[in-house]
Design a protein around this ligand. Structure first.
Ligand SMILES: Nc1ncnc2c1ncn2[C@@H]1O[C@H](COP(=O)(O)OP(=O)(O)O)[C@@H](O)[C@H]1O
Ligand SMILES: [Mg+2]
Length: 254
């Protein structure tokens, strides 16, 4: 794939919603965005500023009222196998075993059930869950279910991964572990990731690039030129701290 050519291009995306009282709220205003192959793009912003709206348009779950979105030069009109969504931890099917959950997305492929389960088990191994492949989701912790969701989307092998605050409900240590799991799989596979978060530290830890979404627009767009994998010490450098303060300023903390 040509790394200099956007894998995803949004032009002038605009979305308004009608409130219950009949007034309109502009969720996105004229958003233009190009994402390049292999980027880990963090979409950062406070609650209510349009992050989910933007991600839902990219996922094909929501249509913009104006503007257009192209993925690999094709106009997006709905969901597609080129974009996989990492759902929040509780989006697993409780009536299927862990490995069946991971294999589920592969059911439309022209391969046997045995092969699907094999791919599922390979991906469970990559997220450190081999020992619970035959378990039921209810037997797992929230962090383990989040690993299942990651294994499932990587098993499907889409070039683009989308995640909307996937670790938001997890405790601090588990969240940090899951960030490392996702980062390592991203590095290993070279996929393009769009990752929504309201957490500046999470964006600094994961992003090769961070955009700040504010009042339905992109208020900041920065390449994070820090080592990857990244440590707290990498972020605590003058360069890292300057970026962190810039983002904190945008979300209104400084
Ligand atoms: N289905 C909807 N109906 C009405 N308003 C909505 C709807 N979805 C989002 N909004 C409004 O659009 C704005 C952006 O929402 P959203 O994209 O969910 O923000 P974020 O994900 O950053 O918290 C907010 O003001 C929100 O209340
Ligand atoms: Mg949201």
């Amino acid at each position: 794939m040509d790394r200099d050519k956007p894998i995803l291009a949004a032009r002038d995306l605009g979305v308004s919603f009608l409130r219950a009282d009949g007034s309109a709220v502009v969720a996105l205003r004229d958003v233009c965005l190009e994402v390049f192959p292999g980027e880990f793009l963090c979409i950062l912003g406070r609650s209510g500023h349009g992050k989910t709206t933007l991600l839902n348009i990219v996922a094909g779950l929501l249509r913009a009222q104006h503007g257009e979105l192209r993925v690999m030069d094709r106009l997006v009109t709905g969901p597609g196998t080129d974009r996989g969504v990492i759902f929040q931890q509780d989006a697993v099917f409780p009536w299927m075993r862990v490995e069946e959950n991971v294999a589920f997305g592969l059911r439309f492929r022209n391969i046997t059930k045995r092969e699907r389960l094999e791919i599922a088990r390979e991906h469970l191994a990559l997220v450190g869950l081999s020992s619970v492949a035959r378990a039921w989701p209810r037997e797992l912790s929230g962090g383990m279910r989040a690993r299942v969701a990651i294994a499932a989307v990587f098993a499907n092998d889409p070039p683009i991964l989308l995640a909307d605050e996937p670790f938001g409900a997890l405790d601090y240590v588990t969240r940090r572990q899951l960030q490392a799991v996702l980062r390592d799989l991203w590095r290993r596979t070279g996929k393009t990731v769009l990752f929504v978060t309201h957490d500046v530290d999470e964006a600094m830890m994961l992003g090769t690039r961070v955009i700040v979404v504010k009042n339905g627009g992109i208020a900041e767009d920065r390449i994070i030129d820090l080592p990857m994998p990244r440590s707290d010490d990498d972020i605590a450098t003058p360069e890292g701290l300057a970026l962190k303060h810039l983002f904190l300023h945008h979300i209104g903390l400084e």
